[in-house]
Design a protein. Structure first.
Length: 732
């Protein structure tokens, strides 16, 4: 069987007659290679096989889907869905909320996947296939997120409408290349040809062969707006493969445009880079082109990515690779004058970490990100110096990078897609921070939307933590000695919540690490008061969520106090008005306060009962003179027990007990909170029930208040008048 990549042969270490051959499928021979049987693992295009020397029945197979394990010699394999081993190519995003990431996955489909979800993780329900195939660039209509364009080898270009799932082929030139070398083709489209929209005209879609093409009618017709922008060397345009078997699938076509982009600053400034080492620029929308290839760049180098500057009309960055010629050096260049002069910018990148992509940060001039074969690098000085930016990212090839909404997204070859969800800290870094005792960064404006983070999701991607993320530094601080507090306040200074490194309650504890710290506030006000052993059924004690608007965070380190402003933003999908948000907030706050009032009373009741019992237990029940004290104590206990049992189901001892013992007033009130979801104001019936329950609770609280104001003082006076000893020692 013909192999798409290359064939490898493996021998069973314990049986010389058992041989495995890896290619599109894998094959097993039991007679030393005389005959073979085709076998299947969960994925195709197999590259590697490991056979356990002590137990040949246990093997690991590596393929385009990742890796799978067998314990029975290949009869059954584990799934490849339990590990993030996808190989992705180019990245793009859309303007949906939350935005979605688009990428092409080797030997699988293209995907679009939500960068965050309303649940605890990012699972299979959050992604779907889209236009194009395993290798292609993707581009999303800037005015309609449901229209996606995707490429594939053979020059295939698809338009997909996700509303209907209808697809249309809109190839620039729909000539089937199968079996032909590139010399027979009108246009040379390679495996991973560029597709992109103009940042200035949402109707203008570009794609590239050895020429640059543009359409303004969704691919109904194409205009070629450049000459051949490659070396057009005939010696690089013969059939692929050979001499026995050719591999003419249009995958291995060369002398093509490999990267292209339009300036985000100036319409009509177009840049292209070819896989045979040429860079061109047009300043007039493609009418005229200029070869601006960096003179010190190696011939035949592949221009893998082009990034026009968001800060300079004539600025551009490029990343190139020469690894196919055995040269693994990094090649990054920048220009500020439309390519008249170039600077090589690789200082600090390891010599064998060849470069695939460079991206600019649109918020901070000079902040660059570079993806290499062995990880990611960052520069704060426009490429003059680079540092590794690996953090927790595995050492893996970075095939593409994208910056979206202060997020940095990385496509990898073998470890799926990774994301840094807050670049605003990098925008604020400066050289003064190292000398500070502490520093509070200005928080990123945060959306009030559903979603939270399961720390270690199984079989799914890690979600955004939700809420407001606070970053702060406490370098070298002795946290055992110095208390660190973080408070959230309304814009007028009204306190919302406070957390402390020395708080006793876990919910109020501020965890600290020397150096950099991150804290997530869930946007909620203080919860309703609870008590030890409390068991409720389908009720929420949560405080209300903050209304979209302006807020403050205050960091206190010892005597040092810092404040930063931030915004909570409404979910763009929400139809609620400011009045709706406020109505919901006031409603939930009043429920919280009433539950807190009732539970405070329950705490006082428990304490009162304990003290009375502790006191009366020491008295002699046979003493007739003390009878009034016992009677008054029993009367008080009877009343407060009645109050307590009306407010809360005291029979609950286990989580399922409410199925047997009816829930009481605070549970019912908390249930209304659990039903008040989204951004909606309370319904009329919710208000009516809340008022009814509140009135009933108030009645019982008034009864308890009467005990505190009348009965308890009377009891204390009786004890004093009768001269009862508080402490007695029983003699043997």
């Amino acid at each position: 069987q013909r192999a798409w990549y290359y064939t490898r042969i493996y021998a069973d270490p314990s049986d010389e007659d058992i041989v495995y051959v890896m290619n599109v499928r894998y094959h097993k021979s039991k007679d030393g290679g005389k005959t073979f049987e085709a076998k299947n693992a969960p994925h195709g295009d197999h590259h590697d096989l490991w056979i356990a020397p002590e137990n040949p029945q246990r093997m690991i197979i590596g393929d385009d889907g990742g890796a799978q394990v067998t314990y029975d010699g290949g009869e059954t394999w584990t799934t490849y869905h339990n590990q993030p081993t996808a190989q992705f190519y180019r990245l793009t995003t859309d303007n949906h909320f939350p935005y979605r990431i688009y990428a092409a996955q080797q030997d699988n489909s293209t995907i679009r996947i939500a960068h965050r979800s309303g649940g605890g993780s990012i699972g299979e329900d959050d992604w779907e296939t889209t236009a194009g195939c395993e290798c292609g660039h993707l581009a999303v209509d800037p005015t309609d997120d449901e229209i996606v364009y995707g490429g594939c080898y053979g020059g295939l270009l698809e338009r997909q409408d996700h509303r209907t799932n209808f697809q249309r082929s809109i190839n620039v030139w729909p000539d089937n290349p199968m079996g032909h070398g590139v010399e027979d083709m009108k246009y040379r489209f390679q495996w991973n040809y560029p597709i992109f929209f103009s940042p200035h005209d949402p109707k203008k879609l570009y794609t590239a062969s050895n020429h640059l093409h543009v359409t303004t009618n969704e691919g109904q017709s194409w205009q070629t707006i450049s000459p051949d922008l490659t070396r057009n060397d005939n010696s690089k345009q013969g059939p692929s493969g050979g001499p026995i078997t050719k591999d003419n699938t249009a995958v291995e076509y060369y002398c093509t445009i490999f990267a292209a982009a339009e300036s985000p600053r100036r319409a009509g400034v177009l840049w292209t880079g070819s896989d045979d080492g040429l860079v061109h620029v047009s300043r007039d929308g493609g009418t005229n082109w200029e070869n601006v290839t960096p003179p010190d760049m190696p011939d035949w180098i592949m221009i893998n990515s082009i990034e026009p500057s968001p800060f300079e009309d004539g600025g551009c960055y490029l990343a190139a690779t020469m690894y196919k010629s055995g040269d693994y050096q990094p090649y990054l260049y920048k220009t500020t004058d439309f390519g008249k002069t170039w600077s090589k910018i690789v200082n600090g990148i390891q010599a064998d970490h060849f470069t695939r992509v460079v991206r600019t940060d649109p918020k901070r001039r000079g902040l660059l990100y570079a993806g290499t074969e062995s990880g990611i690098y960052i520069s704060f000085d426009d490429g003059a110096n680079w540092k590794t930016f690996q953090l927790n990212l595995p050492i893996v090839p970075i095939t593409d990078l994208a910056v979206k909404n202060d997020n940095l997204i990385a496509a990898t070859q073998g470890r799926s897609i990774w994301l840094i969800d807050d670049l605003t800290v990098l925008h604020q870094l400066d050289n003064t921070l190292a000398s500070k005792k502490s520093h509070l960064f200005k928080p990123m404006d945060s959306y009030r939307m559903p979603g939270f983070q399961i720390k270690e999701p199984k079989g799914a991607g890690k979600n955004h933590p939700g809420g407001v993320t606070i970053h702060y530094l406490i370098p070298g601080l002795d946290t055992a000695e110095t208390e660190v507090k973080m408070a959230f306040l309304e814009s007028n200074g009204t306190p919302i919540r406070e957390f402390s490194s020395k708080a006793k309650e876990k919910a109020d504890k501020l965890k600290l690490d020397p150096g950099a710290n991150t804290f997530n506030w869930d946007m909620r006000y203080e919860n309703a008061k609870d008590f030890k052993g409390m068991i409720l059924w389908w009720a929420s004690m949560n405080g209300p969520k903050a209304v979209p608007g302006d807020y403050k965070v205050r960091l206190t380190v010892g005597e040092e106090v810092q404040e930063q402003d931030f915004k909570i933003l409404a979910d763009p999908r929400s139809t609620s008005t400011v009045r709706d948000f406020k109505q919901q907030f006031d409603f939930l706050l009043s429920i919280r306060d009433k539950i807190t009032e009732a539970h405070t009373a329950i705490g006082q009741i428990k304490d009162m009962r304990t003290q009375i019992k502790s006191f009366t237990k020491r008295l002699d029940k046979k003493d007739e003179s003390l009878k009034p004290i016992f009677e008054k104590a029993e009367a008080i206990d009877s009343i407060i027990t009645e109050v307590e049992e009306a407010l809360y189901q005291t029979k609950n001892q286990a989580s399922q007990d409410p199925l047997n013992f009816p829930i009481k007033l605070t549970n019912k009130l908390g249930h209304i909170t659990s039903l008040t979801s989204g951004d909606y104001p309370p319904t009329d019936q919710a208000i009516a029930l809340k008022n009814e329950l509140t009135a009933e609770i108030d009645g019982w609280l008034e009864k308890f208040e009467q005990v505190k104001k009348v009965d308890l003082p009377a009891f204390n006076a009786m004890v004093r008048d009768m001269g009862v000893d508080v402490i007695r020692i029983e003699e043997d």
